[in-house]
Design a protein around this ligand. Structure first.
Ligand code: NDP
Ligand code: MG
Length: 382
């Protein structure tokens, strides 16, 4: 029986993680979870899974929830609460499925507590990849990908030698606006942007998919997870999301991982790794039903966020921290109708341009640059 703790249990990845746990009650037990503001769903989940520890964001919510949960469930709150959940004694694996760089501190704490990390929260690796990977190495802790592309690459690499790898090819669906020209992107609405053609996900990552920043973040995520230079990381447009990504070896052999788009597959693989488990609810892939698969090269001028991500990644230091913080704030502003869709790119570009890079930043540097960048983005809107 593996003990599992989940950060962000009420989100898109979080609820799908709990679904995987519910399908394998003999294998996994939920020992701790955190939620954001969705107390109603949290209450349902607590009654279903009876985790001994739950964290919420505010003390007020802590009091509200504590009065409604079964005996034996302790409710905590705030940043400390996230860390308590991340390091819960009985947990073997932490599934980090919160959104944004709030996931950084709990991830570092979980690594110190020697928890295996199943990482969905890519912003953590983008903002401080060197700190997270270094700490994982020092503590002999595994970072297992949950992101479908990285899970695909990780699966294709099983049993292979990393020095025989020529490159990885991350596939991209292209998001809600993949068939629109740049001109047509003027004036698109939040509602349009939230309609992803293949995946049903949280709002932030759905917008990131439409701007292609999601793919940019994934390139940086891959750089850290697989310890690869950016020259060896390619992106390929593939609108059906059937090939989840590929690896090419030095002998030009290419291995791809395929499947119907369902995040529960990579989530379950991270939890069962190195084993595999049955997935009864999963849909068999019938390629004859799909018929055709399409591919196209990525146009960096059409998708400027991709160019920003490659550039920030290559420059390193605090540049990816700025990229991530500016993007998180810009997306939030767009979702609140305070910024246009193309304004997201402009804001990120300005934040990157003004920043003076710090090399090999400490955790304190990163937290400072993160806050400063967010404040700068808001000053642009005023
Ligand atoms: P959601 O927005 O659906 O869920 C986010 C979760 O984090 C919710 O439980 C939310 O709580 C909680 N949360 C939000 N803000 C805070 C905060 N400040 N402090 C504590 N908890 C908070 O996101 P997704 O599940 O879509 O994405 C989660 C991560 O996984 C992201 O990093 C994303 O990039 C990555 N990912 C997601 C995929 C997907 O298919 N959704 C695919 C691949 C990667 P509440 O809802 O209760 O307010
Ligand atoms: Mg992905």
């Amino acid at each position: 029986m593996k003990g599992i703790s989940v950060l962000g249990a009420t989100g898109s990845i979080g609820t799908q993680t709990l679904d995987v746990l519910a399908n394998h009650r003999d294998k996994f037990r939920l020992v701790a979870m955190s939620v954001g503001k969705n107390l109603a769903l949290a209450e349902e989940q607590i009654h279903q899974f009876k985790p001994p520890l739950v964290s919420v964001m505010t003390d007020e919510d802590r009091k509200t929830l504590a009065s409604k949960v079964p005996e034996g469930t302790r409710v905590v709150c705030g940043e400390e609460g996230l860390i308590e959940v991340a390091t819960a004694e009985k947990a073997e694996i932490l599934v980090n499925a919160v959104i944004g760089s709030v996931g950084l501190a709990p991830t570092l704490a979980a690594i110190e507590a020697k928890k295996t990390i199943a990482l969905a929260n890519k912003e953590t690796l983008v903002t401080a990849g060197h700190l997270v990977t270094e700490k994982a190495r020092e503590n002999g802790v595994k970072l297992l990908p949950v992101d479908s592309e990285h899970s695909a690459i990780f699966q294709a690499l099983q049993g292979e030698r990393m020095d025989r790898l020529h490159r990885i090819i991350i596939t991209a669906s292209g998001g809600s606006f993949r068939d629109k020209s740049r001109d047509e992107l003027n004036g698109v609405t939040v509602e349009d942007a939230l309609k992803h053609p293949n995946w049903s996900m949280g709002a932030k990552i759905t917008i990131d998919s439409a701007t292609m920043m999601n793919k940019g973040l994934e390139v940086i995520e891959a750089h850290w997870l697989f310890n690869l230079p950016y020259e060896k990381i390619d992106v390929l447009l593939h609108k059906e999301s059937i090939i989840h990504s590929m690896v090419e070896f030095v002998d030009r052999s290419v291995i791809a991982q395929l499947g119907t788009p369902d995040m529960r597959v990579p989530i379950q693989y991270a939890l069962s790794y190195p084993d595999r488990l049955e997935f009864h609810k999963g849909q068999q892939l019938n390629l004859w039903e799909v018929g055709k698969l399409h591919f196209a090269p990525l146009d960096m001028e059409r998708f400027r966020c991709m160019a920003f991500a490659y550039e920030s990644g290559k420059q390193g230091g605090t540049m990816p921290t700025v990229l991530n913080a500016a993007n998180e704030e810009a997306v939030e502003l767009f979702l609140n109708n305070q910024l246009s869709f193309l304004g997201i790119e402009d804001v990120i570009e300005k934040a990157l341009e003004r920043h003076e890079r710090i090399d090999s930043p400490s955790l304190a540097d990163i937290l400072h640059v993160d806050q400063e960048t967010r404040a700068f983005v808001h000053s642009l809107i005023k």
